[in-house]
Write a new protein. Structure first.
Length: 284
């Protein structure tokens, strides 16, 4: 007979898993100039330049090996590019936040629908406010800024949700800038990059604090991807400081998006995902 396979057992490849970095992003909306501002005066935003900056940001993530989930612009929500505020993605769950501004609460649903493909979801109730820009995770410690956008009730609720998973939640007062990560970010090597005029470093016991130059107060928001740090190209002093300290620095344009009171971390939800695969020598 022809056309039939042999009944002999077939060899199977050994099981193999690999960790990949995934970033959820959302393109720049047409009405970004109507974004909410708290600490900055309103300045004209060049929409096309802002969109070019965002495309370059996404391309930089891809070059660094990140898999992108790029969402279409949501033109009726002017702050929606800043997806970081909608969730806190941990290894075990994604915590869906409750943004402070009514105008931003509608951003949450579309992002949570994407995250549901990767993590179980848990949600804050409406009793507290929490935005992802105030959440800085370092290992099993989660530093949360008590800021203009995140209140004590939101921090307490996050602690209740993630404490049973083995996370310690540390509250940090943020009186002088929008979010905790406006004034500090983690750069690896047990080190945070920080604007000490805006953030009380006393909360970061056991970590090294590297201060940004006073001439570049917004430079503390950088994005760690693997072993590289993405840094806005308008901060040459901080770039030099980081390179002198032995960091690999990748510069990107971010001038227009900064006018929306944004930092680099605001524009993505970055997390590790274990995926099945094949041994490296079999990959094409």
């Amino acid at each position: 007979m022809t056309g039939l396979r042999s009944a002999e057992p077939q060899a199977t490849e050994p099981a193999f898993e690999t960790d990949v970095l995934i970033a959820v992003t959302r393109r720049v909306p047409r009405d970004i100039e109507s974004c909410a501002l708290t600490f900055l005066d309103r300045d004209r935003i060049d929409l096309e330049q802002a969109r070019r900056e965002h495309r370059d940001y996404e391309d930089t993530l891809r070059r660094l090996g990140v898999q992108l989930v790029s969402l279409e612009a949501c033109d009726e929500l002017p702050d929606s590019t800043f997806v970081e505020d909608t969730a806190v993605v941990l290894d075990e769950v994604a915590v869906i936040t409750n943004p402070f501004l009514e105008s931003r609460k509608r951003e949450v649903d579309s992002v949570s629908a994407v995250l549901a493909e990767y993590r179980p979801l848990v949600r804050l109730s409406t009793g507290g406010t929490l935005e992802g820009g105030d959440v800085l995770r370092i290992g099993r410690r989660i530093f949360v800024g008590q800021s203009a956008r995140t209140n004590q009730a939101g921090i307490a609720e996050l602690r209740e949700l993630v404490g049973p998973l083995g996370y310690e939640v540390v509250s940090v007062r943020v009186p002088a800038c929008l979010h905790l990560k406006t004034g500090c970010t983690y750069i690896g090597r047990d080190t945070i990059l920080v604007n000490q005029a805006w953030i009380d470093i006393g909360s970061f016991e056991g970590l090294t604090c590297l201060a940004v130059p006073v001439e570049e107060p917004f430079a503390a928001n950088v994005l760690l991807v693997g072993n590289a740090l993405i840094v806005p190209d308008c901060f040459p002093l901080t770039t030099g400081l980081l390179r002198q300290a032995g960091y690999e620095v990748v510069s990107v344009g971010f001038n227009q998006l900064q006018k929306a009171e944004a930092g680099l971390t605001c524009c993505s939800l970055l997390f590790r995902q274990t995926q099945p695969g094949r041994p490296a020598e079999h990959l094409q």
